[in-house]
Design a protein around this ligand. Sequence first.
Ligand SMILES: C[S@@+](CC[C@H](N)C(=O)[O-])C[C@H]1O[C@@H](n2cnc3c(N)ncnc32)[C@H](O)[C@@H]1O
Length: 430
Amino acid sequence: MARGENRVLKNRNETRRDKREKQKLNEKKDEEVKNDNIVKTDDSGVGIFTEETNKKIEGTLSKIIVKVGCITLMLYVWIFLFTKKYYPYRVQNQMLIDALQDPELIRHTVKVSYDYQEFYNKYMEEHNQPQRIHLLKRVDKDTVPTDEEVKEKEKEPVYEVDEDEVPIAKERKSDILPEDEADVEVVGDMKEEIMGGEIYTVDEIFEKLGIEKISDYQTYSEYEKNLLKEFRLDREMPENVAKKADYYKQIIERGLKEGDERFFVKKINDKKGYGLFAKVDIVANEVLGVYTGVIQSTDSEKGKKFEWYYSTIPDRKLEKMVELRVNGKNKGSALRFVNHSIFYNSRIEYVPYNNQWYILFITNRYINRGEEITVDYRKNPKRMPEKILDKWDKVEEEELQKLYDEYMKLKAQSEQASTKEEKKASAKEL
Ligand SMILES: C[S@@+](CC[C@H](N)C(=O)[O-])C[C@H]1O[C@@H](n2cnc3c(N)ncnc32)[C@H](O)[C@@H]1O
């Protein structure tokens, strides 16, 4: 028994010792933790943190800084894009809308068209040609409204125009009221009425021929891209070109952004191929669009069919000047269908914008719906060899001569018929 009691006492003593040791160990650990986490005081009495706490705080601080940095950067990019890219479009579009409402500009446009009509008809008369332009049937240059009248008109709803109002070209589909729609969608009627033959909308013909519609120039390869990068247009720009750039800037942007419903494409004949025609009446000095395509350095002997001269720029690698052209054959705009004519009604202007040349097609006179849009390829000497142009002009002159002969024949027939009837009538009277 005594032996058993002793063992129990010994065990109890052991567990007590264990407990005390454990307690001591715990107290020691607590002390260590306190030392780590609680502010220590240095000699000067100023509170400092331990290294570990400092690290934790630094970590959270850098996270906050990174987040704030990212947000500021995103905000900056957004503000930059908005102010530099999107906002100017809005302002420029508004400027254009204002310009179209500007009575001075309208008066000028009407006058130019009217003068051109007089000049053209007189020229045709002098050369015994049957063609006449009957522009602006509803407008007389002397009856263009005065500023006061225009101001009065502005108070009225914009689309309630009467017959005598100055014709402002309706360019964007969104601007056309449903009741005017029938008047604008004329392709169907024209098929029988005026033109005959194959007629397509620009989208249809692009799909049929597998042409990609592009609203901006594309460079053919990295090589050309790099050439262009080095070349700054504004270094070379004379004052008059700079003024032109300023004037057309807004129109370039509008032209590139909006879908254009002013044209249709028609097959003329196998030799000439397709041509671009006006689907609506278009006023004089109106921008028809930009000749877009792929910019490439070209072998000047080949492939000029769909190319317009772009620029001649120095190539440091080749140590010579290289000629660049815009090729609209497989990628381009509706203007790739514009043919050459001696009686051209539009012109081409090279306008610098965004360090690129924009080849703008602009009307020279009022163009009636159904008329083919043509330019003078001769005005751009690098466009086509003179020999080919001479041949085309000869064909056109012959066609005109045929038309003129037919016209004279018909005229003679009707005159004969009327003299016969007159004779009959006078015989009856007798
Ligand atoms: C820019 S494309 C005009 C669209 C072209 N007619 C078509 O079918 O796609 C220029 C080419 O049209 C033809 N072309 C343009 N004007 C012409 C004319 N007056 N007489 C004959 N062919 C002409 C020539 O083949 C020329 O290379």
